[in-house]
Ligand binder design. Sequence first.
Ligand code: ATP
Ligand code: MG
Length: 325
Amino acid sequence: SGALLRVEHLSLDYRIGGRTVRALDGADLVLDEGASIGVVGESGSGKSTLGSAVGRLLPRAAHLAGGGVRVAGEPVFDLAPAALRRLRRELLGFVFQDPIASLDPTMRVGRQLRLVLGRRAGDKEVAGHLERVRLDPAVARAYPHQLSGGMAQRVAIAMAMATEPRLLVADEPTAALDSQVREEVLNVVFGLAAEAGAGIVWLSHDLPAVARRCERVAVMYGGRVVEEGPAAEVLGRPAHPYTAALARSAPAAAGPGTRLVPVPGRPPVLTGPAPGCAFAPRCAFAIDRCSRERPALARVGGQTVLCHRAGEPVLTAAREAEVDA
Ligand code: ATP
Ligand code: MG
């Protein structure tokens, strides 16, 4: 398998006290070398858990319950600590929502960059990395608290990209920034990744932004990837009823004048493996089988879909009626 990233039927529990949350429940995802994918889904659908699992950077409460992750063929959950550290250092970069939290408050920016680059890195090299994220080299002398949110996130991006990762995992890197700064930061992230030929996994709530930036989109629901495919197809001709509902609820994707429709019903409560489709209780097209039997992955057009009724005319007809309305 030549894929850069392969998430194979990954199941992950958080155990706290006597309680278990099944955060991932058999999630599948494949990403080719150099490709970009936006992972979208409601809060709690498992996006951050999936992103962190790529580098096995999980909270202590997390426990692998099945499946695994391969990065460039390496089985992340089976690696010894030294091999895991090497894989993180050589192949992966991470950017998180809160840039200040990912920087050391006691250390000047330049020194933090030098720690990533290696002791021999000179001022010129540090300046070069700051310029690549469109920061003034003078920022090297600043402490993190002296930076704006957008600047701090650029520093975090510079650090994540400094080691030339083959895969960058960005978990809502712009959620804390205002909209203009957000676009600039995304330009930097996608520009650097494209230049370096690095793949991107971008975890986001922002469907329209993902549609503009990513080649592919994965939609998560209840700890599973329920639909994956080329961005234009997944968002323009959703094959899973949940994707269709999500696309309807997204502001810009719906177009001017369209009323926003919240996805009806409540998100699933996941305490263990769901017997059927996790979306069945909220799905207008659910049949008996949906609540009893776990759907298998099906192909519909360019998409991979986790739905018993995938490709049935009733779904296609409903979708086309919506587009016309
Ligand atoms: P959001 O859009 O809000 O960031 P998400 O899609 O990233 O959500 P996750 O953060 O992966 O979702 O959470 C998946 C599930 O795991 C949720 O039910 C969440 O409450 C639970 N969870 C996440 N992190 C922890 C943790 N450290 N300890 C216990 N439960 C957790
Ligand atoms: Mg999250």
